[in-house]
Design a protein around this ligand. Structure first.
Ligand code: BES
Ligand code: MN
Ligand code: ZN
Length: 497
């Protein structure tokens, strides 16, 4: 899809689809909608009067051969209330238009009048929405693909704007949108294709191309470092474990100034069968996406590198497959983590926290001064927050507040859960320093308490994205499947530093 700035007036623009946002509380004065109504000879008013179209969020109405316009069709897109409009809604509105445009595979133009976003931000956000919407998760379909990618998407403002500034921000949107789709593709890949080795190999290639400095840690080095929590998860699988270690140029520089290094750690379980504590068959196929946190870290690192970030960031993705076998870890087994703490593995299905424990500690040995981890960690988080918000916990309240504030821009919902020390007693073990599960209550929090044991008091934020990593229903602006959740949150946060 070609994405560009479209100068001029919309009525003179030849295209297949003109996407026009309509607000619920459109003022009757000289609003853009009134102008459009006049241009089209009363078409808009007649549609609104007929009640066939209500400008509720994401509702659409497509009008063929509209009078007074050069566009082949006009798409009215409900944008909700003006007072509630956010960049996140702008992204979804643009995406909703693009999904409709896919049916004609044509040239789409979106008209942006005013709103909460500056010109620069609006251009970037609309671009992200367009790319997100033009993505399809039918990776392995060889037939029955009736929808096609949109040929071009142009952004048209109702005011005089700097074309250069708009183009620059479109470019930013392209990087972020492409990285998000990259993360979605990885999470949608079946586990027979995307093994830990494959993930590592692909990351090495894509990351290097984006300007990151990467290396892959192999099993023998993990053994030397004593990462037995991670290795315990990998034991049951024929697939060797890997750990991606990557740095932005600013973090790779030798003798760089002592700015604190930020570490991003993403869970990379390429398939989670549960291991000996095996999962029920129903929906087990979703566990091919148990590396969505790792995919988000890779996507964000690539985007940040391509956006020429000056922030020193280390990205770590521990990669394993969690399988039962004669060699697999068994409930009751005790292992020693690389930090030195011993762990009683009560449930082999609580594997994410085991691999993340060793990765968190390793981040610290690399000099991390702040850490953010992202993981499809607990079903309990889905019980608590459903599919709307991810869970957020940690010891770095300033960063938590900032991430929460950014939600209106990123469109990725996050909600903080508590992390009182009183939850710690749930993971006390009789035989070892700690055990890997608590009782059934507050499971998202006890999982985070487990991780906290390995952060060594470094300011840390934990994002539990189980529940938001996959969209089972599809949205007007997105297909079903992996969401790429976390890429935009991480990029927005790092760019604001
Ligand atoms: N990967 C799962 C969590 C998950 C569940 C992600 C649903 C996405 C959707 C994780 O490894 C897991 O199995 N967690 C267990 C922990 C339990 C054994 C303490 C869970 O939540 O059931
Ligand atoms: Mn599990
Ligand atoms: Zn898991």
């Amino acid at each position: 899809m070609q994405i560009e700035h479209q100068p001029g007036e919309y009525k003179n623009v030849a295209c297949d689809l003109l996407i026009f946002p309509v607000f619920e509380d459109e003022p009757n004065g000289s609003s853009p909608l009134r102008v459009l109504n006049k241009t089209t000879g009363g078409l808009v008013k007649s549609v609104l009067d007929s009640k066939e179209f209500k400008p509720e969020l994401h509702h659409t109405c497509r009008l063929q051969n509209p009078r007074g316009l050069k566009a082949r069709s006009l798409l009215l897109v409900g944008a909700g209330k003006i007072s509630e409009f956010t960049p996140a809604r702008l992204r979804e509105m643009a995406g909703t238009g693009v999904r409709v445009a896919r049916s004609c595979a044509g040239r789409a133009v979106v008209f942006l009048s005013r709103g909460v976003a500056s010109t620069a931000l609006a251009a970037r956000i609309a671009t992200e929405g367009a790319l997100y919407a033009d993505y399809e998760s039918d990776l392995y379909k060889t037939r029955d693909k009736d929808e096609k990618n949109v040929r071009s998407f142009r952004i048209l403002f109702d005011r005089k704007v700097s074309g250069k500034e708009v183009e620059r921000n479109i470019q930013r949107g392209i990087e972020i949108g492409a990285a998000t789709n990259h993360a979605r593709t990885l999470a949608n890949e079946p586990s027979n294709i995307l093994t830990p080795s494959q993930f590592a190999e692909q990351a090495l290639e894509a990351g290097t191309r984006a300007g990151l400095v990467l290396r892959i840690m192999e099993r023998d080095e993990m053994e030397k470092l004593g990462m037995h929590a991670l290795l315990a998860v990998s034991r049951g699988s024929e697939e060797p474990p890997k750990m991606i270690v990557m740095r932005t140029p600013a973090a790779a520089e030798k003798g760089r100034k002592r700015k604190p290094i930020h570490a991003l750690i993403g869970k990379g379980v390429t398939f989670d069968s549960g291991g000996i504590s095996i999962k029920p068959a129903e929906k087990m196929e979703d566990m091919k996406g148990d590396m969505a946190g790792g995919a988000a870290v890779l996507g964000a690192m690539i985007a940040l590198s391509r956006l020429k970030t000056q922030v020193p960031i280390i990205g770590l993705i521990p990669l394993v497959e969690n399988m039962p076998s004669g060699k697999a870890t068994k409930p009751g087994d005790v292992v020693r983590s690389c930090l030195g703490k011993t762990i009683e593995i009560i449930n082999t299905d609580a594997e994410g926290r085991l691999i993340m424990a060793d990765a968190l500690y390793y981040a610290r040995t690399l000099g991390a001064g702040r850490m953010i981890d992202i993981a499809t960690l607990t079903g309990a988080c889905v019980v608590a927050l459903g599919h709307v918000n991810a869970g957020m916990m940690g010891t770095d309240q300033k960063t938590i507040d900032r991430i929460r504030k950014n939600c209106a821009i990123t469109g990725e919902g996050l909600w903080q859960l508590p992390l009182d020390d009183a939850y710690r007693k749930e993971i006390r073990s009789e035989i070892a320093d700690i055990k890997n599960v608590g009782n059934r209550w507050g499971g998202a929090i006890t999982a985070a308490k487990f991780l906290q044991e390995f952060t060594e008091n470094i300011p840390w934020v934990h994002l539990d994205i189980a529940g938001v990593d996959i969209d089972h229903d599809g949205r007007p602006f997105a297909c079903k499947g992996a969401t790429g959740f976390g890429v935009r949150t991480i990029v927005q946060l790092m760019e604001s530093l």
